[in-house]
Write a protein that binds this ligand. Structure first.
Ligand code: ATP
Ligand code: FE2
Length: 326
């Protein structure tokens, strides 16, 4: 079985083509970026409309298949930005109707976890899902994917992007701050906000701006913010490992590309006898392959989304998803 998965929760328009034998035939994306300033949702949606046909053609070419060889169409139904989700859902519906193939709507967060278990030896991990909009600690418990901890305000990626935008580094800011951090020499004390299993970054962002106005070097701020924010994330991830009595940590989401975060995660896991799993960057950032693989899992276990039920779900939570594939 070949599934074509469409990802459009935010800035990325991605198409992945994956087989039920876990083979990724193609994983093509085109992301909306800016040189200065942040992302405007309407503009991201327009970007997706512009690139969708081109990305589809590239994916089919890479996979070396024809559209008629596709058995199943999956798309990210939520959570995400309405302007962006709508384009993907429309594109998916059109393809499914044209090809007369089944359609399946996917929860984006769960797809991040499933692609991790497909690509690694992880069986039942705690996922530290760190992206632009999302910062969540997710694990399978009691027949559902549950969120054990999350950000109380902005996502870690949005936090990094906001501070980078403030420093006029452009979007996405995570990689730019990471480069700056390598030149940092001094650890500056910053607010550390962990509440139970949750984290919050708003206060840290304000504090960083104040410190920058006071003349503290941006390299030192970038270094210190990574050390502080990542320690917060790993503290809640460790608590979830202990709480769920699990022995595997999986990193996912765009911020999981950060090598310092990966290093700190490995250290934490080693100290408590757990295993740490990471995937290649193309599967960390938003991608169509994870949507395609999740489509195969759900369709193979009897799920299908009828056109009338294929409306977008911008606020869908992981624990609202019926898990039939485990
Ligand atoms: P989602 O819709 O899942 O919330 P998203 O649309 O923000 O995600 P992702 O591609 O998962 O998309 O993540 C993008 C985020 O990852 C951006 O905030 C970006 O700054 C951050 N990022 C990418 N690479 C790095 C890096 N090396 N270090 C830190 N952050 C990074
Ligand atoms: Fe994501």
């Amino acid at each position: 079985m070949i599934c074509l998965g469409i990802e459009t929760t935010a800035h990325t328009f991605g198409i992945g083509i994956v087989t039920d034998k876990k083979k990724v035939l193609a994983n093509i994306k085109d992301s909306y970026t800016t040189k200065k300033g942040g992302m405007i949702p309407v503009k991201a949606g327009e970007h997706h409309v512009e690139v969708c046909d081109k990305v589809l053609a590239q994916a089919l070419e890479k996979a070396n298949i024809k559209l008629k060889d596709v058995d199943l169409i999956s798309f990210s139904q939520g959570p995400g930005m309405g302007h962006c989700l709508r384009i993907g859902a429309f594109f998916a519906r059109s393809l499914a109707l044209k090809l007369k193939k089944p359609l399946i709507g996917i929860n984006h967060c769960i797809a991040h976890l499933s692609i991790g278990t497909m690509l690694t030896q992880a069986k039942d991990p705690v996922l530290l899902y760190v992206s632009g909009a999302n910062t969540q600690v997710i694990a399978y418990e009691g027949k559902k994917y549950r969120i054990f901890g999350e950000t109380l305000d902005i996502g870690i990626g949005n936090f990094l992007d906001s501070f980078a935008r403030y420093l006029e580094l452009g979007f996405p800011g995570g990689p730019k701050l990471s480069q700056l951090a390598e030149k940092g020499e001094k650890m500056i004390e910053l607010p550390y906000t962990v509440k139970g299993m949750d984290v919050s970054f708003g206060g840290l962002l304000t504090n960083l701006k104040q410190k920058h106005q006071q003349g503290i070097k941006k390299e030192d701020l970038a270094y210190s913010l990574q050390e502080t924010a990542f320690a917060m994330l790993l503290e809640v991830a460790e608590r979830a490992l202990a709480h769920c009595n699990k022995k595997e940590l999986l990193l996912g989401g765009g911020v999981a590309c950060n090598t310092r975060l990966q290093e700190m995660a490995k250290e934490m896991c080693k100290a408590r006898g757990a295993k740490c799993f990471t995937v290649a960057n193309e599967f960390n950032v938003d991608n169509g392959a994870m949507i395609a693989w999740q489509g195969i899992l759900q369709y193979s276990s009897g799920q299908e989304t009828k056109i009338k039920d294929s409306n977008i779900l911008p606020y869908e939570r992981t624990d609202q998803v019926k898990v039939t594939w485990i």
